[in-house]
Design a protein around this ligand. Structure first.
Ligand SMILES: Cc1ncc(COP(=O)(O)O)c(C=O)c1O
Length: 408
């Protein structure tokens, strides 16, 4: 593992945090808000003129993350009534989008009362329920129809929400019915179409092909149904390369190609939206675990660390070995532990599995990864832990305490 993947500043914060609780091994999430700010500024600076970038709060809804992003983005996407209320409570005064399957009447009502910018409608039933609510409340619902479409020979990524049978969005077959319901409804205002067909997209070229497909479909529908002035939300899904962290989705190249596509397709006056999550916030987060024990079992080494997948489910959710660096504990003499002979285990150029404290063999964050040197008391710091990490984890399992949270 490459130590250059974390900044000296982060190392200092880890040592400081550890020194604040000398009797207990460290377990903490750390978030680099400066790097998040730089990242979002850079992302927004290369967007084509008619594209607005929203943040999908499901990736990481922590107030500090939302507040850091708010000045740079067009708004936030919420995928539940809980997220919607959480976003509203932050008082960030940015447009909100409400999406997601299985919306409750109470959630739709909240969305209407909050005056959201758009509700992404997932089904005919939802459309009808929304219509009833608009009458009861006497308000207009701004809606986008979420569509699941055939994407021909464009390759799906490993996490596909569309382009095949899924619970998400309206089938093209339902569009006719949906549009006639909207036409007759007094208070349903169609603002556009929404697509989010896949996450974990690493290939910019492939994503451009997907967006071209969305453009083609919308143009077809506009001609067929005489629709005008509609926007297109093209979702999120730009991927983070956890296996080869240098080879992420190439955002500047993608934006350049998108700009060309917009001109080529005559879409300059169509408002486009992204709602990205992972690609925005993953790189700013770190999950640090102190090594409690090192042992050998059936010929393989295991480093048992404070915490586990109940804090950081990302590696098991994605079935990957999560990238990490080892930060040696600051030791008094020559990096050698002196407190106890028992602790004097030092792996050198050795493959080791990084596991947590849970009594399940599934509590593995990285399997048989080579480390230059590792001792009890060192810190394993997982990078790219700022999205779909703490908030997707089974935090209550075994009642271990939560990690510390630190923003710098
Ligand atoms: C509808 C919708 N929009 C946006 C996102 C954000 O996707 P990502 O974090 O891959 O950008 C998701 C993720 O599941 C989603 O379901």
């Amino acid at each position: 593992m490459d130590n250059k993947m974390v900044s000296p500043e982060l190392e200092t914060h880890i040592h400081q945090l550890a020194s604040q609780q000398p009797d207990d091994p460290l377990c903490a999430y750390l978030y680099d808000l400066d790097s998040l700010k730089n990242r979002i500024e850079n992302m927004v600076s290369v967007l084509p003129n008619n594209v607005a970038l929203f943040y999908a709060a499901k990736a990481n809804p922590m107030p500090e993350i939302l507040a850091t992003l708010a000045p740079y983005i067009a708004g936030f996407e919420a995928a539940s009534g809980g997220e919607l209320c959480h976003l509203a409570e932050q008082n960030i005064r940015k447009p909100l989008i409400f999406g997601g399957p299985g919306k409750l009447n109470s959630e739709l009502k909240t969305a209407l009362e909050l005056g959201v910018d758009a509700i992404h409608v997932e089904s005919i039933t939802e459309l009808k329920r929304l219509e009833v609510l608009t009458h009861t409340l006497g308000v207009v619902a701004p809606i986008y129809l979420r569509m699941n479409i055939d994407i021909g020979n464009i390759t799906l990524s490993k996490l596909a929400m569309g382009g095949k049978p899924t619970p998400f969005g309206l089938d093209e077959e339902d569009l006719d019915n949906a549009l006639s319901i909207i036409k007759k409804a007094e208070r349903l205002s169609l603002k556009g179409f929404h697509f989010h067909l896949m996450s974990h997209q690493l290939e910019a070229g492939r994503h451009i092909a997907l967006i071209k497909r969305y453009f083609d479909m919308v143009k077809q529908w506009q001609a067929l149904y005489q629709l005008d002035g509609l926007s297109i939300n093209v979702g999120g899904g730009m991927g983070i390369n956890y296996i080869d962290p240098g080879k992420d989705f190439d955002w500047p190249y993608f934006c350049d190609r998108l700009n060309q596509l917009i001109i080529q397709e005559g879409m300059e006056t169509t408002q486009l939206r992204f709602e990205c999550g992972r690609f925005i916030s993953a790189p700013c987060g770190y999950y640090a675990m102190e090594v409690i024990d090192i042992k050998k079992n059936f010929g393989e080494y295991f480093a048992i660390c404070r915490g586990g997948t109940h804090h950081f489910r990302t590696p098991s959710a994605q079935s990957h070995n999560h990238p990490f660096v080892v930060i040696p504990k600051q030791r008094e003499t020559n990096n050698i532990l002196t407190t106890s002979d028992i602790q004097n285990i030092c792996l050198k150029n050795q493959a080791v599995s990084i596991v947590g404290q849970l009594c399940t063999p599934k509590d593995v964050l990285a399997r048989q990864q080579l480390v230059e040197q590792l001792q009890i008391g060192d810190y394993i710091v997982f990078t790219l832990a700022g999205a779909y990490a703490w908030n997707i984890s089974h935090q209550a399992f075994l009642m271990h305490p939560a990690p510390k949270f630190y923003f710098f």
